[in-house]
Design a protein around this ligand. Structure first.
Ligand code: GP9
Ligand code: MN
Length: 618
């Protein structure tokens, strides 16, 4: 029977075989999927088949000539998906999702790097199509169709394959579909193509969630966040009352640079001095996902988690929010964002309106010339200097958020701005990154001087925060060399998600600086800052906690479900001791916190997908 099927449907069988081989090759060479067991490896091998076999089987319903057209087209399409994901993965260590496709115009950083990431070997993925085409030319297609019996048998075999794949994935990773944010686990389980199908369906369902949401849906979330509320510390509450807030987002700046040197020279000499006169959070984690900087803005303004796929700034721009800016406005604060990029970029103009931000100074309001620009636009030093001039004119008290730009991928810098030698690792990107971070640090030093000169310093609370990683896992080899480690383990990868978070209150923190090593994340920024300003957050919907509160349990959840407590780090299905970095044989050490992490992400998603804050009444 098998032999007959092959000889009758040679074109179909070869198409399946080639597509299967290509997909598996991309899994192994294009992605870095960590497999811990034989079962996982088997899954990876068979999961392409559970998609390709049923899809290509549609050909059996067609005449032989149409079959070939269908199979070749499907092959080209799936190969395109493989290549697009490989290029995307090369930079983001992630898979493409539907919302990301819709923000393609914003993938400026991708755009500039596609050339760098596109490998000529990808062309080889089309070789089989040429072979099939040639075979098709040599053997003329007949007019016949497959018999009903064959179609039925094929359909049963396909269904069996799919069920077998599903059962094995569930056995390997229970509750796989309850963690849609863990894209790597999904690809490893059900395969890349099924993952895209699943993503499409869940995006559609999410869109529907809004229609069915009501006030009760919000009440369930409010019960959780209110029970989780931490009362502010008496000594810190109102410590910066009435001050202007100058919040500077440090583009792509990770914490590790603050502890490192190149040829004995500090990478961030200014930050290193500043932190000794500030509240310095050494275990503060970024919680962004595909929305990058915009996600960090979203998290800090809302104290919610971002979407697991796509950028909230795009996918939820029509929704209602109750942001920190709204709360500040109620206390007569004026709010502004300053960013030397165009206002429509990342849909900021629209989102800032929904956030209740009073004023947005975008690129058009800065003096941008060829001389004072590099890579992504206005250099940080000039940007911060011009921003200080604008701050001077704002109504007070104000909350101003400044977004820096020079330390952005691909981390290029003019010779005259290079203040430190490049390290000598195998990652050129990392080597350049060190120089742009060093420049950013110098720009900050200059900015502080300018604030003092303009009389803006003494009455301010200045906050510095890194938005997201700059160096992805694609550069683990270079990172290991730079950090003097043998390899970067998943534990290290989580630790590398730490970003600077420094609160500097002149006249206060310089007299009594503090170093806080408890696990914290970007969701905690809002209650922490508002309490310092003497603004209560009790009753608001938020997942963060005041970092100075004695009632808070140290905890940070990353958007992919990994989490950090003071004792443990959980990532990739493994519970590590935070002290030793060693995996614990007893996973139950992490189980309570795992439940909390999942619950927070799930409830936060409910708010976002259901647009629940439209039901919020204070
Ligand atoms: C550009 C800024 C940086 O406006 O948002 O972009 P990102 O870091 O999100 O790629
Ligand atoms: Mn950024």
């Amino acid at each position: 029977m098998k032999k007959t099927f092959f000889s009758n449907h040679r074109f179909l069988c070869l198409s399946i075989l080639f597509m299967w081989m290509k997909t598996y090759a991309v899994y192994k060479l294009g992605f870095d999927l960590q497999n811990n067991s034989v079962l996982e490896e088997c899954l990876l091998l068979i999961n392409p088949l559970s998609f390709i076999v049923p899809l290509f089987g549609i050909a059996l319903l067609l005449t032989e000539k149409k079959q070939r057209i269908f199979l070749l087209s499907a092959n080209v399409m799936l190969t395109g998906i493989l290549i697009a994901n490989t290029v995307f993965y090369g930079f983001y260590i992630d898979f493409i999702t539907i919302p990301v496709l819709f923000q393609a115009s914003n993938m400026g950083d991708m755009g500039s790097s596609v050339q760098e990431l596109f490998h000529p070997l990808y062309i080889a993925l089309f070789l089989d199509i040429a072979v099939l085409f040639y075979l098709g030319k040599r053997h003329k297609a007949g007019k016949g169709k497959a018999s009903t019996r064959t179609v039925k048998a094929y359909a049963w075999a396909s269904a069996g394959l799919m069920l077998c794949n599903l059962a094995l994935s569930e056995a390997e990773q229970p509750k796989l579909f309850k963690h849609p944010f863990d894209r790597e686990a999904l690809v490893k389980g059900i395969g890349l193509f099924h993952f895209h199908l699943y993503d499409t369906i869940s995006q559609t369902l999410n869109a529907g969630a809004k229609a069915f949401a009501d006030e009760d849906s919000l009440a369930a979330v409010a019960n959780y966040t209110q029970a989780d509320y931490s009362r502010p510390s008496e000594s810190k509450f109102g410590l910066a009352k009435g001050r202007n807030v100058i919040f500077v987002t440090l583009e792509s700046t990770q914490r590790f640079v603050m502890d490192e040197r190149v040829n004995g020279r500090e990478i961030t000499p200014f930050l290193n001095k500043l932190r000794k006169k500030s509240y310095d959070f050494t275990h503060f984690y970024q919680q962004t996902e595909q929305g990058k900087t915009s996600d960090s803005e979203f998290i800090t303004a809302n104290s919610l988690y971002p979407s697991s796929s796509g950028a909230v700034f795009f996918t939820k721009s029509g929704h209602r929010f109750n942001t920190m800016y709204h709360m500040l406005k109620d206390r007569q604060y004026y709010s502004a964002v300053l960013h030397a990029n165009h206002k429509a970029f990342w849909n900021r103009d629209e989102m800032y309106g929904a956030f209740g931000i009073d004023r947005f100074f975008d690129a058009d309001e800065f003096k941008v010339t060829q001389e004072n620009s590099t890579g992504w636009g206005l250099k940080d030093k000039e940007f911060l200097e011009q921003s200080a001039e604008k701050l001077k004119k704002l109504p007070q008290p104000f909350y101003a958020s400044l977004l820096t730009l020079t330390n952005h991928f691909p981390f290029e810098i003019d010779k005259q701005d290079q203040l430190i030698e490049e390290p000598d690792t195998s990652s050129e990107l990392l080597n350049r990154y060190v120089t742009t971070v060093r420049y950013e640090d110098e720009a900050l030093k200059h900015f502080f001087k300018k604030l003092k000169k303009e009389g803006l310093y003494d009455n301010a609370m200045i906050v510095l925060m890194g938005d997201h990683y700059g160096i992805s896992e694609a550069h683990n080899q270079g990172l290991a060399e730079f950090l003097g480690k043998e390899e970067i383990t998943p534990f290290d990868t989580v630790q590398l998600q730490r970003v600077p978070f420094i609160i500097h209150i002149p006249g206060v923190t310089d007299r009594a600086p503090e170093t806080i090593a408890s696990a914290a994340g970007q969701v905690d920024v809002r209650p922490t800052l508002l309490h310092l300003l003497g603004i209560e957050t009790k009753g608001s919907i938020q997942f963060g906690n005041d970092l100075f509160s004695g009632e808070r349990t140290p905890f940070a959840v990353l958007r992919n479900g990994s989490f950090i407590t003071d004792d443990h780090i959980y990532t990739k299905n493994t519970c590590y001791s935070r002290k030793t970095g060693e995996p614990l044989s007893d996973m139950s050490a992490c189980s309570d916190e795992k439940e909390k992490a999942e619950q927070e992400l799930m409830l936060s998603d409910k708010i976002l997908n259901g647009d629940l804050l439209r039901f919020y009444k204070q």
